[in-house]
Design a protein. Structure first.
Ligand code: GLC
Ligand code: CA
Length: 544
């Protein structure tokens, strides 16, 4: 299971990657046409967001059939060809298993709604309590987490949209059904899996619980480790790469999820570092990033996961996040430096780095000016919630402009041409107007581009065992805007320093004498007590 330590993963949001048939929607044949580009990034695995049949209420995270291809994205033959072609290039696919919930259009849920007791037990149905829902819980996209079904006189639980009913993992038949899904895709040659909100699958034994956000009461539940271990061992996933998306989780749980001794997963995604700009923990309340907590979160998760024998998935961007260069970097004057600094920080950590499509170009937030440009159910719901809270339309749009998931879902920018080369037709979602400058074609021809810098980072991980396997300690740079860590392997030592500020910053004398491994300024300074704006540099110490 340790074969992935020098690997990197590329994440594709299928709907927005490449449209091969001119309907404005990305598809599997589009991905096939770009496999050599992906290979050129030096990645080993490609995680695809769900492309299974779905009413697309949550863009495919509402699956109505786990073992088929949504015609919107292609056919099973396209999928098989895609897997085979990637395999020839030495890359493997990780498919996205959305096992916490199905779509309400899944045949299991339809049978449940018709009153079939077998299928009602696939979901979480409960009687009213005092004429009301069993708990006063809020779902993740806003609104109550229970929906009432009149014909059954019962409520069902949904941690996300009402059209995403939660599965009942306590039922062994449900677990068998899901294992069969894994077996199906394994037989097709898939090399790994990403599991959607996996730490939410084990629900409380009783719903006699207080009001609040539903996921708070369902995260890292009482049977979650058992359920994961059973799924992994019964389907032979231990030899494959697996990553669990863990919502509002804890370090201790992530050590258990990812320590090979426990036979659970290869690694975990956690999200605490992506909440440091939430005012009072509210995603929809803006605040500049708190760099002190950002650093201390990384320090804790990096050092403690190592001590506990766990393994992190390390990342800034995905399809649920705004773009990191817009968030912790600078879209303007220091666009290039800040994008490279952020990449350096992540790629030299201990863990498996994930690159989200377009991150390697320094793609920015969408800059949508009107609510009509948004597509995501969460963004649209929260726009109205913000208005109900008394915010002006202008302020609500400003919040969405920084927080909406659609910021990370705009089409991949391939060229400066029509629709950024993503599609012949009008894309399903708009593009930021900077694609004339920020695109694959332009960056291919610039040796100093963000794209080529990412290639260098994945190559370094392949070549250097200290990056792939070394231990990690955070260092005190003497400046809270400059993050520093050292990687250690036997007698080797590498120091990484990253300036998260747009100013020149003074630092303590922590850079050793040695060889510059990489940096985002030509001619990085050594033994200097200053870093330039957003400067990042890694130095391998001379052996003493
Ligand atoms: C995960 C997915 C997100 C989806 C949610 C519900 O967080 O990454 O896109 O909306 O789960 O499935
Ligand atoms: Ca298409």
């Amino acid at each position: 299971m340790n074969g992935f330590k020098n690997s990197a993963v590329y994440q594709i949001y299928v709907k927005s990657f490449c449209d091969s048939n001119g309907d404005g929607i990305g598809d599997l044949n589009g991905i096939r046409s770009k496999l050599s580009y992906i290979k050129s990034l030096g990645v080993d695995y490609i995680w695809l967001t769900p492309f299974f049949p779905s009413p697309m209420v949550d863009n495919g995270y509402d699956v109505s059939d786990y073992t088929a291809v949504n015609p919107m994205f292609g056919t099973m033959a396209d999928c098989e060809a895609m897997i085979a072609e990637a395999d020839e290039l030495g890359m493997g696919f990780m498919f996205d298993m959305v096992f916490n919930h199905t779509s309400s259009e899944h045949e299991w849920f339809k049978k449940a709604l018709s009153g079939d007791p077998k299928y009602m037990d696939y979901y979480i149905f409960r009687d009213s309590v005092d004429g009301k829902a069993p708990t006063d819980w809020i779902a993740s996209f806003g609104g109550p987490a229970w929906d009432y079904v009149e014909s059954l006189d019962k409520w069902y639980l949904h941690l996300f949209d009402p059209k995403q009913p939660d599965l009942n993992w306590e039922n062994p038949e449900v677990r068998e059904e899901l294992k069969n899904v894994i077996r199906f895709w394994k037989d097709k040659g898939v090399k790994g899996f990403r599991f959607d909100v996996l730490n939410l699958i084990s629900k409380p034994a009783s719903f006699d619980l207080p009001a609040g956000p539903a996921h708070r009461f369902c995260k890292d539940g009482w049977h979650v480790h058992e359920f994961i271990r059973e799924m992994v061992t019964d389907t032979g996933l231990e030899d494959m790469v697996t990553v669990g998306e863990m919502a509002s989780t804890t370090l201790d749980n992530c050590i258990r999820y990812s320590n090979p001794r426990n036979h659970e997963l290869s690694m975990c995604f956690s999200f605490h570092h992506l909440k440091v700009d939430y005012r009072n923990g509210d995603k929809w309340a803006l605040m500049p990033p708190d760099l002190v907590s950002l650093r201390s979160l990384f320090k804790a998760w990096q050092e403690e996961m190592e001590k506990g024998g766990g393994w992190n998935a390390v990342f800034w961007d995905n399809h649920d996040q705004p773009r990191v260069v817009s968030r912790f970097g600078d879209e303007g004057k220091y666009w290039k430096q800040s994008a490279k600094m952020l990449a350096t920080f992540i790629h030299l950590l201990r863990g498996t780095p994930y690159i989200y499509q377009g991150e390697e170009l320094g793609m920015t937030n969408a800059h949508f000016a009107s609510i009509d440009q948004y597509r995501d159910v969460e963004a649209i719901n929260y726009f109205h919630i913000l208005l109900d809270r008394g915010e002006t339309e202008e302020d609500a749009l400003k919040v969405l402009g920084e927080r909406a998931r659609d910021n990370g879902r705009t089409p991949m920018q391939w060229t400066a041409g029509k629709n950024a080369g993503f599609s012949e037709a009008e894309p399903w979602i708009g593009l930021p107007d900077n694609y004339g400058r920020i695109n694959v074609e332009a960056e291919e021809s610039d040796p100093d581009s963000i794209l080529n810098y990412y290639r260098e980072l994945t190559r370094l991980r392949k070549e250097s065992s200290i990056i792939a396997e070394g231990g990690i300690r955070f260092l005190d740079s003497g400046n809270e805007k400059v993050f520093a860590y050292e990687r250690l392997l036997a007698k080797d030592r590498m120091v990484v320093v990253c300036n998260f500020s747009a100013e020149e910053e003074k630092i303590a004398d922590i850079l050793p004498e040695g060889r510059v491994v990489c940096g985002n300024y030509a001619d990085p300074p050594l033994h200097s007590d200053k870093l330039r704006p957003y400067e990042a540099v890694a130095v391998e110490a001379l052996q003493s």
